[in-house]
Design a protein around this ligand. Structure first.
Ligand code: PLP
Length: 384
């Protein structure tokens, strides 16, 4: 199906469909690990670990359309996508630059796994471009950034980051999990590779774990080679769930954007709340170059309770509708305390440097009615 003239909303429903199987309107799950040769000349081995079976290929085609990529690859988890991409781009003796407040699992991969393979890594604050050049080495090959950060939803200046990477011959990889392709298309800005934890917005129902790599045919093929060797393929049944979730991606994210903006602005004026983090509401600046390319800021926002850890604990225990659980991006609203979940492995000083206090609560907005969510949050905030 030609894609050029279709909106993302339409692509999310139709892209990648190879035609009707037995007239089925949705693409069935092929619960088969291996496939017979198509004819005597067919020497391609089709096997689930090779990520070339019908459910995997059909879903990858849809994701390539949604990200605007030449090709895409679906993986067993976001971390499988991250590890496949990093190991395809870096070899012994190389050096890679990572955004300082990158997702904890990515940070652990950079500090624990890459050095074991002889790859050096450094971390740079993306909001201080004047410090990027000093971190470069003759062996630097990769710049890894996130489009929106966790948990403070800082907007990375991708335009500046990509220009910097190009000027120094680095491959730019963007983890676009928090924004989703609905809000931002990093490849259109010139990023080389986009990755996702599809466990979040892409799947959207907190019922699967998967990942995505998108980019040029060559870069995706290189990541696939690593994934095949290390066995990080996605299963056919997960492909079905992810494909079903993707059909409503545009609708869900539009509502999640609205819910987050509404709730963040309402909490910003509450006397128990010391600070709210959400673009346009909190203190973090929105890089001017990004204002025109972002279509929304996603469903996550965070706030710091003036009463610290005790207040945050009390707040969570009083919620009725929102569930205290890690992860994000699903249709149901979730809350977590970054000091105990995503950022538990950092020291108190490291967290303080990132502006993450003991009283911080992160909210991942679902698609519920905003007034119901607000009532639950205000009820749990009541003083005393
Ligand atoms: C920004 C980001 N990238 C990557 C990952 C890893 O994804 P997964 O849990 O699907 O392996 C996560 C998970 O929370 C994440 O938040």
């Amino acid at each position: 199906m030609p894609h050029d003239d279709l909106a993302l909303d339409t692509l999310a429903v139709h892209a990648g469909l190879p035609g009707r199987i037995e007239g089925a309107v949705s693409f069935p799950v092929f619960h088969s690990s291996t496939f017979a040769a198509r004819d005597a000349e067919d020497d391609e081995v089709r096997y689930t670990r090779l990520s070339n079976t019908p459910n995997q290929l059909h879903l990858a085609a849809k994701l390539a359309a949604l990200t605007g990529a030449e090709d895409a690859l679906v993986t067993a988890s976001g971390m499988a996508a991250t590890s496949a991409v990093l190991t395809s781009l870096l070899a012994h003796g190389d050096h890679a630059l990572f955004q300082a407040d990158v997702y904890g699992g990515t940070r652990a991969f950079a500090t624990e796994e890459l050095p074991r393979a002889g790859v050096a890594t450094s971390f740079v604050p993306m909001d201080a471009p004047e410090r990027w050049a000093a971190a470069l080495r003759p062996t630097t090959r990769v710049l890894w950034v996130e489009s929106l950060t966790n948990p403070r939803v800082k907007v990375t200046d991708l335009v500046a980051a990509i220009a910097f990477a190009r000027a120094h011959g680095l491959v730019t990889v963007v983890d676009n999990t928090f924004a989703s392709p609905v809000n931002l298309r990093p490849l259109a800005l010139g990023a080389d590779v986009e990755i996702h934890s599809a466990s979040k917005y892409l799947g959207g129902h907190s019922d699967l774990v998967a990942g995505v790599v998108a980019g040029s045919r060559e870069r995706v093929a290189a990541a696939r080679e690593r994934l095949v060797r290390w066995g990080g393929n996605v299963a056919p049944a997960v492909c079905f769930l992810l494909e079903r979730g993707l059909k409503t991606l545009a609708l869900r994210v539009a509502r999640q954007n609205e819910n987050a903006r509404f709730l963040a602005s309402r909490l910003a004026s509450h006397p128990d709340v010391a600070r709210v983090d959400y673009p346009g509401v909190g203190p973090e600046p929105l890089p001017p170059a990004m204002a025109s390319v972002l279509r929304g800021f996603g469903g996550v926002f965070a706030f710091e309770l003036a009463g610290g850890a005790a207040a945050a604990e009390r707040f969570l225990s009083r919620l009725r509708l929102l569930t205290a659980a890690p992860s994000l991006g699903g249709v149901e609203s979730l809350v977590s305390r970054p000091t105990l979940t995503s950022h538990a492995s950092l020291t108190a000083e490291e967290r303080a440097a990132l502006g993450i206090g003991d009283g911080m609560v992160r909210v991942s907005c679902g698609i519920e009615a905003a007034d119901d969510l607000l009532a639950d949050l205000l009820g749990a905030l009541r003083t005393g």
